[in-house]
Design a protein around this ligand. Structure first.
Ligand SMILES: *Cc1c(COP(=O)(O)O)cnc(C)c1O
Length: 469
């Protein structure tokens, strides 16, 4: 029901009325999304032209803005909130995390400092403690909340750059990079593009990177590492976006420790493997690294714009992120604005807290295990269908191709996407075209996997028929 315009509402009564209008729209969206096709229909996409209108000269009738948003917007969404979305390495929002976002958005908090948002800072601190406990990392680590793993990587790498140059008596915050002593960057050949982007944003560029070769699963081969030293930044990953495999972090961190190199781990989705006893061993020794990144908005299933960085060396993060530069004792807590790139931002800790609180430790472990179980099942069924599974299915990722028909993979992915039954992408792995399926959503059930498998089987037939013509 659109908010009434019969009596004049106070400003915040208007906000409350809009929430009352919105709630049933959101409820209806979520309730019907399972029946809908995953990718939006062509009609829904075409109807988006309804937004191509000049900005209204005057405010429209009460309720008209949200009604239009729902009528044109909701059908044109990718149904990534539902269980049949297997794209990228993301998926779904936990119910309580969604509720927390809606409530926190009503609070309109700016998490700048304790003064501007006591609740925002409190829940970041509590979430930070819980995260360090889940990952088994020291309480003195600094934990910060960013828009995603890209900026979380950026933050850790800024801290590392600061530290590696400071050791060479160079204060990069003040002196910049012109004329700075060199630092070295050694990275997995498979390092995520966003880590390379962070390097270039930090003025280190990518030309200087010494890449280390990887095995067939995308893990760094330890023997292929160049000699490390105290001015080296080592970039590793927990969770390859294709195979799900993790680098031998502990082994490499031990080499790095001997010479004082800084080890950074991009674990955007893969670090969550640490939350289950069944998968934790894949990350063996990761606790010895210097900095880590994990996303809330991937496997923890918080809403988007939630990356998390963890760094053993609070002072180096503070030195590179502070707006004022007082001396920070190791382990001391500074205001959020002085520990991360952003100045004004939303209360991301609220959603992380709600996700963790609603799951509990057992629920978090079950989420990880359930997704990995679905991946095993997916792989087994695809094999029965004649697919070749290119990765060891050690986590939530399945990379599948066809023995003599690998050229059909892109077409199969496109057919499944167009069918609306499921959604995943095509990739290249071990130099072969393949399907890449990621099971990262709390909402995925066995029946969702079965639907996706049926859609793949139908697409396979169709692609074969086409290629015979
Ligand atoms: C998704 C991903 C990123 C980028 O994270 P955003 O949250 O999208 O910024 C970086 N590294 C890995 C391994 C990822 O999976």
């Amino acid at each position: 029901m659109p908010p009434s315009k019969s009596k004049a509402l106070s400003p915040l009564e208007r906000s409350a009325a809009i929430i009352a209008q919105c709630t049933p729209l959101a409820q209806n969206y979520l309730k019907t999304i399972e029946q809908r096709q995953v990718s939006p229909s062509k009609t829904a996409i075409e109807a988006l032209s309804g937004f191509d209108a000049p900005m209204p000269l005057r405010p429209p009738a009460p309720g008209a803005t949200l009604a239009k948003l729902d009528a044109l917007g909701s059908p044109a969404t990718m149904a990534s909130a539902a269980g049949r979305y297997f794209g990228l390495v993301v998926g779904g929002t936990l119910p309580e995390a969604l509720g927390a976002r809606i409530l926190a958005a009503s609070w309109d908090q700016v998490v700048f400092s304790e003064a501007t948002s006591p609740i925002g800072v409190k829940l970041e601190q509590v979430s930070a403690k819980w995260l360090l406990d889940i990952f088994g990392l020291p309480e003195t680590c600094s934990v910060g909340f960013t828009t995603g793993a890209t900026v979380a990587n950026f933050t850790c790498l800024a801290g590392a750059r600061n530290a590696l140059l400071m050791r060479q008596d160079w204060d990069v915050q003040k002196q910049g990079l012109c004329g700075a002593p060199p630092i070295r960057v050694v990275a997995s050949k498979q390092i995520h593009v966003t880590v390379l982007k962070a390097l270039s944003l930090l003025g280190l560029g990518t030309d200087c990177v010494e890449f280390a070769a990887c095995d067939m699963q995308g893990r760094v081969i330890v023997d292929s590492l160049p000699e490390l030293d105290s001015r080296t930044l080592v970039l590793l990953q927990a969770g390859n976006v294709n195979s799900g495999a993790s680098d031998p972090i502990g082994e490499i961190a031990a080499l790095a420790k001997k010479c004082g190199a800084w080890v950074h781990v991009d674990g955007a989705f893969g670090l969550w493997a640490a939350a289950s006893p069944k998968t934790r061993s894949q990350l063996a020794g990761y606790e010895a690294a210097d900095s880590w990144v994990v996303d809330g908005h991937k496997w923890l299933n918080t809403p988007y714009d939630c990356g998390i960085f963890i760094c053993r060396h609070s002072r180096d993060i503070h030195a590179s992120m502070a707006t004022q530069a007082p001396y920070l004792k190791d382990g001391a807590i500074a205001a959020p604005k002085d520990m991360a790139p952003e100045f004004s931002r939303s209360a991301r800790g609220v959603e992380v807290w709600a996700a963790l609180h609603s799951l509990g430790r057992s629920g978090l472990t079950a989420l990880i295990d359930r997704c990995c179980g679905h991946a095993q099942y997916f792989a087994k069924e695809l094999e029965m269908m004649g697919f070749e599974i290119l990765n060891d299915v050690v986590l939530n990722q399945v990379v599948a191709t066809l023995k003599d028909e690998e050229h059909l993979c892109a077409e199969i992915a496109a057919y499944v996407q167009a069918s609306g039954e499921a959604w995943f992408g095509a990739t290249h792995w071990q130099d072969r075209p393949a399907l890449r399926i990621s099971i990262t959503s709390w909402a995925t059930r066995k029946e969702d996997v079965d639907k996706a498998l049926a859609a793949i089987e139908a697409a396979l037939q169709k692609a074969r028929t086409n290629s015979e013509r």
